[in-house]
Design a protein around this ligand. Sequence first.
Ligand SMILES: Cc1cc2nc3c(=O)[nH]c(=O)nc-3n(C[C@H](O)[C@H](O)[C@H](O)COP(=O)(O)OP(=O)(O)OC[C@H]3O[C@@H](n4cnc5c(N)ncnc54)[C@H](O)[C@@H]3O)c2cc1C
Ligand code: HEM
Length: 371
Amino acid sequence: MGNLSRLLKESWTLVEEQQDKVAGYFYARIFLSNPHLRNLFPVTMDVQRARLLGAIVTAVQSLDDPDRFEEYLRQLGKDHRKFHVEPEHYDVVGGALLEALRTFAGEAWSIEYDQAWGDAYNVIAKKMIAGAEADTNPAYWHAEVLTHERRAKDIAVITCRPLQYPLEFRAGQYVSVEAPRYQPRLWRTYSMANAPNKEGTIEFHVRALGAGWVSSALVRRVQVGDLLRVAAPMGTMSLDRKSTRDIVCVAGGTGLAPIKALIEELTRYNRTRWVHVFFGAKDRDDLYDLPELNKLAARYPWLSVVPACSDDKNFVGEQGNVGDVVARYGPWGDHDFFVSGSSSMVKNTLRTLAELKVPAVRIKYDTFGDI
Ligand SMILES: Cc1cc2nc3c(=O)[nH]c(=O)nc-3n(C[C@H](O)[C@H](O)[C@H](O)COP(=O)(O)OP(=O)(O)OC[C@H]3O[C@@H](n4cnc5c(N)ncnc54)[C@H](O)[C@@H]3O)c2cc1C
Ligand code: HEM
């Protein structure tokens, strides 16, 4: 471990157990000295409370090799444009961070620690600012909701069209979305469920998660004609057009969205690759897009679809977690894999694929949460 990294980790242990208080102080410090910055953050901050502080601490602590994170930090800086973050805000936030740490570490804090956090923060801030400044896209697009269809109790399929100019993306990518009319300043990521098209429309498949702030607004409140905000596309779960391998897609619930986009792209050029889609859900109702998938499978001879339910004894078809269902088929020795869904579903599927000796380089995945 390098000296900088040792200092950062060592000093963090001094405040680690008081994280909540550190976060409270950190935000109070920012908002007291710069009240206008409060408007950048969500109205209610309890869910979010430690989000920014936690993110900064993780970034600073991962700074062993800043160049390795160059691309991530540039992307993060670019992405911060959607929060209306300006270069001068970085000093305010960096100052509040140091003051919060000093205050709660007490006497054990040293000049060396101060220097280490200041240096690490500045390296990160510089890379984020450079990323933001190099971005030629708008900070976000306003997108008008064209259709809103409830497909299951908790699931909606929404199409919208960016208003200023088309949003360029690749099938399999995702974007941050805000529903400003209902949940201002709360952004969450959703995958595009279609490949780019001439009309410039984009489709989302959203599941409302319990009391989830943004997903429940998108499913239960958003209406045709509303304006959403959509930020620049991210993600690398796209097709390798040069690969000649057959394809296996494994989707859980609305994890189908990016898989559907990949299938749509394949319908435009594929003649030679078999594509097997495994679509898993809790029960029959949650297989919200199965009729569409079946229509595609009837039309394209290279496409097969296997639905599976993990919690519906009456379902006539595969039973069990979709990852386990994949293992009942095969062999999968020479396929490209795409996996998308909740963290538990993705984790389970990756474990199964590892047991089946599928090389990790052949697997691309997106997870709806940390794994
Ligand atoms: C790369 C990526 C792509 C994504 N694509 C899609 C997509 O296409 N469609 C889609 O529906 N979602 C997608 N998500 C998930 C989405 O970004 C949100 O996390 C989700 O909609 C919940 O946001 P929320 O604001 O409603 O919930 P929050 O307000 O963030 O959370 C509210 C509460 O819900 C609970 N909760 C949060 N997540 C889960 C969970 N996974 N399971 C159970 N409880 C949970 C938590 O306890 C939390 O306290 C994607 C996520 C990522 C990272
Ligand atoms: C080293 C510097 C910084 C790092 C590493 C960092 C990192 C992050 C990360 C990872 C997130 C979560 C993103 C998401 O969930 O989409 C976030 C959110 C956010 N950041 Fe930063 N950030 C930094 C500086 C700043 C600055 C200077 C501001 C300006 C005030 C800022 C404002 C915000 C806001 C408003 C959010 C959303 C908060 C929320 O949803 O509660 N960030 N940051």
